[in-house]
Design a binder for this molecule. Structure first.
Ligand SMILES: O=c1ccn([C@H]2C[C@H](O)[C@@H](CO)O2)c(=O)[nH]1
Ligand SMILES: [Zn+2]
Length: 137
């Protein structure tokens, strides 16, 4: 992605949602994370018959990036099929994001592509962290 465009990243998260594996909840989620060098990784939720093993879309996308050598993030966009509600990351995903810094942005979207923006810090204030060196800014 050459220049950051929120609509474009939300669109990518909506496309990622199409791959959601969610036979149990039937609740499709997609995420698209933008790295500091402009690379985008996408992910969807991946559920399991053993319910607690299910992975959220955000953690799938971030794990794909980390496993390719990227640990510096600028933005993550999240999409679901909810029409009247901005999809908000669960507590586990907030902590997972925070591992890679608190000063980066989370775009939470509705199904029509409109979005609300909050930082990781705003979503998870006073957070637990050990390493301080992974901020994107
Ligand atoms: O921000 C969210 C919220 C929920 N889910 C997934 C987890 C589960 O598969 C399904 C229903 O909770 O949605 C995500 O992937 N991201
Ligand atoms: Zn989650």
């Amino acid at each position: 992605m050459s220049r950051f465009n929120p609509k474009e990243l939300v669109q990518k998260s909506q496309e990622a949602k199409e791959q959601a594996y969610c036979p149990y909840s039937k609740f499709r989620v997609g995420a698209a994370v933008l790295t500091s060098d402009g690379t985008v990784f996408t992910g969807c939720n991946v559920e399991n018959a053993s319910y607690p093993l299910g992975l959220c879309a955000e953690r799938t996308a971030i794990s794909k990036a980390v496993s390719e050598g990227y640990i510096s993030f600028k933005v993550i966009a999240i999409a679901s099929d909810l029409e009247d509600c901005f999809i908000s990351p669960c507590g586990a995903c907030r902590q997972f994001m925070r591992e890679f810094g608190s000063q980066w942005d989370v775009y939470m979207s509705k199904s029509d592509g409109s979005y609300k923006l909050m930082t990781v810090e705003e979503l998870l204030p006073c957070s637990f962290v050990v390493l301080q060196t992974r901020c994107a800014v």
